[in-house]
Design a binder for this molecule. Structure first.
Ligand SMILES: Cc1ncc(COP(=O)(O)O)c(C=O)c1O
Length: 407
């Protein structure tokens, strides 16, 4: 390869277009790296793959910890985003009180990585899973389980009594998402029934609803967070009046955590995505593209026509749960192509990603492309490994310990 060719290859790294003087920094360039950029090493990576920038991760962790810590509210990040005990450790070191997961298997992975305070914010119903929960609890982990029905609570109670442990539970409330959670109007009655069961300690309530206001998707995150917080604080007060000593009132998502935490009576928030950020969060205006720590690297494998390139990553590489063109964000395509905001990742098969480009865009076969996915959490779950930058300019291939944990 001639020197000129080499320069051209380097120049086409960013979104497949030539470097412009005003371009943003390459996402994997780590500020803490001693020896400059990681570009050469990232060129050696086989694509498609995910690269995580540690400096950005640490800044995102610190910003959320500061924002909610200032309000005296506990932070219990959802580990669904990173699925890695080492990232949970960073969050705990920055002041988080514990972590949140959705599955008993995720809780087990986190516990074996040394995490001792875990909330499974999901109803555990299967007997075998409850037995695993009892074992984890007996091992010294502070384990809290979500519950939203009397039947579910009775199962937890039965296993707790049989296994000789007390299991801590939080009642899940539906504040508008219409997913799991008892409706607000039925919360007191159910809580009183759960409180009376043996082997159970009903210590709190929780909800999840994301960016919603008055029952509909919204971009007004402050109003959404405040509404979420007020609904939960007033329900906690009603439960206390009914004689149930509710300690924890847990709310929030990455879009609403900061605002919900402003409401008196809220004791804890559970944002997840904020650690890596993603295109959704940038579209909400919560962060800039430079704050996105997780980037998918892909390679142009075909340019069948002037206005189309095909990359080596499709629906096995990029999550599809946040669909283009849906409220409230109306995103174009399945990710943001760094350096080429007009390019649209508009279609995918399992192994092919079809990107519509400007006919004069100088993409070549073999070019590297960096894409911020619409939703980082479900994208990470597709990858067995991520490459995490460290302070000595290395990219460390790291197994995603709690990915694909279905049970
Ligand atoms: C119960 C629960 N809590 C917290 C979160 C974190 O939300 P986000 O990733 O929007 O911060 C989620 C996300 O799905 C969730 O389901």
């Amino acid at each position: 390869m001639s020197e000129q060719d080499e320069k051209e290859t380097d120049a086409t790294l960013i979104g497949g277009v030539r470097e412009k003087e005003t371009r943003t920094k390459r996402i994997w360039e780590d500020d803490s790296a001693e020896n400059g950029t990681l570009t050469d090493r990232s060129l050696e990576l086989e694509t498609p793959c995910v690269v995580i920038n540690s400096s950005i991760v640490n800044a995102n962790i610190a910003a959320m910890a500061e924002a909610v810590g200032r309000l005296g509210v506990a932070l219990r990040p959802h580990a669904k985003t990173h699925k890695l005990p080492q990232m949970a450790d960073r969050q705990l070191a920055a002041g988080a009180t514990g972590i949140t997961v959705a599955k008993i298997s995720e809780a087990e992975v986190m516990a074996s990585g040394g995490i001792r305070n875990i909330f499974i914010a999901y109803p555990l119903i299967a007997w075998s899973k409850l037995e695993r929960a009892a074992r984890l609890s007996r091992s010294g982990v502070r384990l809290i389980i979500g519950v939203d029905s009397l039947q579910g609570a009775r199962r937890i109670s039965e296993v707790a009594v049989r296994e000789g442990v007390q299991l801590e539970v939080r009642l899940e409330l539906d504040t508008g998402l219409r997913r799991t959670g008892i409706s607000l109007g039925h919360a007191v009655r159910l809580a009183v029934q759960i409180h009376a069961l043996d082997g159970i300690k009903l210590s709190g309530i929780f909800t999840y609803r994301g960016a919603m206001l008055g029952g509909a998707a919204t971009l007004d995150l402050k109003a959404a967070g405040h509404e979420e917080g007020l609904l939960m604080a007033s329900t906690a007060a009603a439960l206390r009046s009914a004689g149930i000593p509710i300690e924890d009132v847990s709310v929030g998502s990455s879009p609403t955590a900061r605002f919900a935490a402003e409401i008196e009576g809220i004791t804890e928030v559970r944002p997840g995505s904020y650690i890596y950020q993603d295109r959704m969060q940038t579209a909400f205006g919560l962060c800039a593209l430079e704050d996105c720590a997780g980037v998918v690297l892909a390679t142009v494998i075909s340019r069948p026509s002037d206005d189309l390139i095909v990359i080596d990553g499709g629906s096995k590489t990029f999550a599809t749960d946040v669909q283009p063109g849906t409220a409230p964000l109306f995103l174009k395509g399945f990710g943001h192509i760094l350096g080429d905001p007009d390019a649209v990742l508009e279609r995918m098969n399992e192994e092919h990603g079809m990107i519509r480009i400007q006919p004069d865009a100088p993409y070549k076969i073999g070019d590297g492309i960096q894409i911020i996915p619409n939703h980082i959490c479900s994208t990470i779950n597709l990858h067995s490994f991520v490459y995490i930058s460290d302070s000595s300019s290395q990219l460390v291939k790291t197994p995603v310990a709690a990915r694909g944990m279905l049970e």
